[in-house]
Write a protein that binds this ligand. Structure first.
Ligand code: FNR
Length: 185
């Protein structure tokens, strides 16, 4: 049966480079796999009061059910103040609760960070890894994926212009799939 890999871009911005990378990755799904983008729109800021059955927002239920049905994830994260954007942390927190019912449990992940700058979201990449240790999400170690100068990466149609970066992403997706096959429960 086909496996589904969720592509989660940590940005709400309409013209987000992270979303453009996710869209480019959609075309790189190998045979036997479906890649799907997961929107972080419409998720209210997590509040533990929402864990009461009668207070849980409808969008949380939809998000958690979506995550439950997906076999693994590639996170494409920008960096905000040397960490992950709040919208991504919010989505991770929502999926992790109520206590004992995390929908992230055991799901193999990869992290591709990016930035218009040269440090390529290194801080965000490693802060996200820290969350995944606690959430028991095995995370691909190598290759590490850091994409610098992401603002120069795309043409007007959203295609990746830089052949080396495209090749790097293809290689990283291939490595993730091989690694996923060894680590999926
Ligand atoms: C940023 N940006 C940024 N970039 C970076 O490399 N390191 C950083 O720590 C930060 N910090 C930061 C904080 C805040 C609040 C904003 C809004 C932006 C710039 C960031 O990389 C840039 O806006 C990206 O284009 C955001 O990603 P998307 O929306 O293009 O995916």
């Amino acid at each position: 049966m086909s496996k589904t890999i969720g592509l989660i871009a940590g940005s709400l911005r309409k013209a987000s480079f992270s979303k453009k990378i996710a869209d480019a990755l959609l075309l790189m799904a190998p045979e036997g796999y479906t890649f799907t983008t997961i929107s972080l729109e419409d998720l209210p800021v997590y509040n533990q009061d929402f864990d009461d059955d009668n207070k849980v927002p409808e969008s949380y239920i939809i998000f958690r059910n979506t995550i439950k049905d997906i076999n693994g994830f590639i996170f494409i994260t920008p960096e905000h103040n040397r960490s992950i954007p709040a919208v991504l942390k919010n989505a991770i927190d929502i999926g992790s609760r109520p206590y004992g019912k995390s929908v992230w449990e055991g799901k193999p992940a990869a992290i591709f960070s990016n930035s218009p700058g040269s440090i390529s979201g290194f801080g965000a990449n490693h802060h996200l890894r820290q969350c995944f240790v606690f959430l028991n999400m095995p995370t691909m170690q190598q290759p590490e994926v850091y994409i610098p100068e992401v603002n120069k990466l795309f043409d007007e149609e959203g295609n990746i212009k830089n052949k080396d970066t495209k090749a790097l992403l293809e290689k990283a997706v291939g490595a993730y799939i091989k690694w996923f096959e060894r680590n999926a429960g």
